[in-house]
Design a protein around this ligand. Structure first.
Ligand code: GLN
Length: 313
């Protein structure tokens, strides 16, 4: 199978639909991004990365960061993390507050904002926010094999300035006594993890651990335990696109995680990690063109976590 050709064909076929969808204007800095950007990077465990379009241009990874923080929070807290956050799809928008009151401050899953606020809190643990951010930055640089991975402080400030909703979620959880750290410290890490600027190439390389039982197959670096990688994939499939997760599983069939910067990360266990980027979003905050690109790659490769044939080695 010629993966470079599939990536190129997918980019070329969809390129005339660049600009579709709507930018995430609720974070003012994200509204300034060029809507015509379009990138694909597909990394395989042998170290190859097949790219097309703006694959070396950094963008705001936003909620894709929730996958990395979950992996690290789990490594720090072990199964006790699940006392503080659930593992069920929410069926609600990413920034919804409705379930929190009925469910006593325990968010449905780690990928909605409320859940990620909790995993961020547990990832900080007792170290303080600055050490936690530095730890995440160094880890992502190592995984991407690229010290250019950085935090876009302007995006982080922009989100913090417009952060009433996330503050509401965090204070609501704190009111149930469910945060270990002060709300503003947790949010200062949350806003910065969302503001990581990474290219599709860096993101695909960083995420290979999800397709390879928790260990980066190229560097040998362990990101998480094998069973945890499997479980993170399960959660990505069920919750990675909020109230659009069913549609994404139906159309694409890969565990995936969207971000309102227009990136989507997908993992195909045993096969590849794929990152796509196109800033225009559908109503659930999933990149419109990005989801189309992943659907096309799924059809062209025959890969799907639901197909026995394609998953055979
Ligand atoms: N930083 C964004 C927020 O908290 C992340 C949302 C997303 O990417 N879905 O609203």
């Amino acid at each position: 199978m010629n993966l470079q050709q599939i990536v190129d064909d997918t980019w070329n076929t969809l390129a005339d639909q660049r600009g579709c969808g709507t930018l995430a204007t609720y974070i003012p800095a994200l509204a300034e991004v060029d809507p015509n950007k379009f990138a694909i990077a597909l990394a395989t465990p042998d170290g190859a990365v097949h790219c097309a379009g703006d694959a070396d241009e950094p963008f705001s990874i936003q909620s894709i960061s929730k996958v990395f923080v979950l992996a690290q929070a789990l490594e720090r807290q072990g199964p006790a993390l699940w006392d503080a956050v659930g593992r069920e799809p929410s069926g609600d928008p990413f920034n919804s507050i409705v379930q929190l009151e009925r469910e006593k401050g325990i968010p449905r899953n780690p990928f909605i904002n409320s859940g990620a606020i909790v995993t961020t809190d547990r990832f900080i643990d007792d170290r303080g926010p600055e050490d936690a951010v530095t730890d995440l930055l160094q880890r992502l640089r190592r995984m991407a094999r690229d010290d250019a991975v950085t935090i876009d402080e302007r995006v982080a400030r922009s989100e913090s300035d417009a952060g009433a909703r996330n503050r509401s979620l965090a204070f609501f959880i704190a009111d149930f006594g469910r945060l270990l750290n002060p709300v503003e410290e947790v949010l200062s890490v949350y806003f910065r993890q969302c503001a990581f600027a990474m290219s599709c190439r860096q993101l695909a390389e960083t995420s290979l651990f999800l397709a390879s039982d928790g260990t980066d197959p190229v560097s040998g670096q362990v990101m998480c335990d094998p069973i945890r990688a499997r479980r993170i994939n399960a959660l990505m499939l069920l919750c990675g696109h909020y109230d659009n997760s069913g549609q994404f599983a139906f159309e694409v069939g890969f565990p995936g995680k969207s971000g309102v910067g227009g990136g989507i990360l997908a993992s195909i266990p045993g096969k590849a990690a794929i990152a796509v980027w196109s800033p225009g979003l559908n109503r659930s905050g999933t990149s419109m063109l990005g989801a189309m690109a992943l659907g096309r790659i799924a059809r062209q490769t025959g890969w799907s976590v639901f197909s026995g044939e394609s998953m055979r080695h």
